[in-house]
Design a protein around this ligand. Structure first.
Ligand code: SF4
Length: 295
């Protein structure tokens, strides 16, 4: 039997659900593509990429057989290119080890490269209707506020508590709607700032709403330390007109993408003459430094 939370949420979802193309399909391949695109990307930005991607690669075999450069080209502008490389790698594995059929158990899906617990649960529920709750930042925020959880929501112990509660709430027969409704609620109503509690379907029993704790919950524990990196590019033009580019190979951002040759430093100051000379000595180019900015 459904709980009051689940009932109110699903009733709201019936009228308020967002129309998005990946919600109309049960194809695990398309759901997988949409989930990977949306991992670090807003829906409005990801939508044209999704459409373009599944038009060019309509199934896992088409993606597996494509050259990696073409996959990366279609990904251009989305960022976090390791996602595209993992998609390509995983498509080849599904082609070679699963005869091109997307696996249908949670353990097998979770073992695929680039797929974590959230994406595995999304695929299992949206493609196969299995009762695996999704747990992302939106869901954590909704549940932490609804239950009034004061422990940091990103701690493993808190996530375990939230997951246990979700496992008790998710209805076996409507697992996909339940997951999608929670994601939609977090994205459109239970916003990080100024949540729209006056239109929220679960406001009646929400602890944060009752105790006016929306601004305090969810509690965060970690501050991600950011590092500034400075790339100095060389525009090297051959007398015949060709421009020199290189492929990034190291395990780093933009792996496999093309760029002008460059030097990385830890300051935003222009390269010194000695650094420019060192670059040319290391690379073996026998060209002058005309046009390079030197302090
Ligand atoms: S009542 Fe407000 S704080 Fe509570 S779940 Fe709804 S939107 Fe979020």
């Amino acid at each position: 039997m459904s709980s009051p939370f689940s009932k109110s949420l699903l009733r709201w979802f019936d009228t308020e659900k967002r129309d998005l193309p990946w919600k109309e399909t049960r194809d695990p391949y398309k759901i997988w593509i949409s989930e990977i695109i949306l991992q670090q990307t807003r829906v409005a930005q990801g939508l044209p990429y999704y459409l373009q991607f599944i038009t060019r690669f309509p199934d896992v075999i088409a993606l597996a057989n494509a050259p990696q450069d073409e996959v990366l080209k279609l990904w251009e502008g989305l960022g976090y290119y390791s996602r595209a490389r993992n998609l390509h790698h995983t498509a080849q594995l599904i082609r070679d080890e699963y005869n091109g059929k997307f696996p249908d158990t949670y353990e097998e899906v979770l073992a695929l490269k680039g797929i974590g617990a959230y994406t595995a649960a999304a695929i299992m529920s949206f493609a196969y209707g299995k009762a695996y709750p999704v747990l992302d930042g939106n869901v954590k925020r909704v549940v932490a506020r609804y239950l009034g959880i004061h422990e940091a929501a990103d701690l493993p112990a808190t996530q375990k508590t939230i997951m246990a509660w979700l496992n008790g709430e998710i209805p076996k027969s409507k697992a996909d709607d339940f997951n999608q409704a929670l994601l939609d609620l977090g994205a459109t109503v239970c916003l990080p700032q100024n949540p729209l509690c006056n239109v929220c379907p679960v406001a009646l029993d929400c602890v944060a709403q009752k105790e006016e704790l929306q601004g305090l919950l969810p509690v965060k524990s970690k501050v991600v330390k950011k590092k500034d990196r400075f790339f100095h590019y060389f525009l090297i033009i051959h007398p015949a007109g060709q421009i020199l580019i290189e492929q990034r190979n190291s395990k780093d951002i933009w792996q496999g993408l093309y760029q002008f040759p460059m030097v990385e430093t830890n300051t935003d100051k222009s390269l010194k003459k000695t650094e420019v000379q060192a670059f040319f000595e290391e690379t073996g180019f026998s060209v002058g430094t005309d046009g390079a900015k030197i302090d």
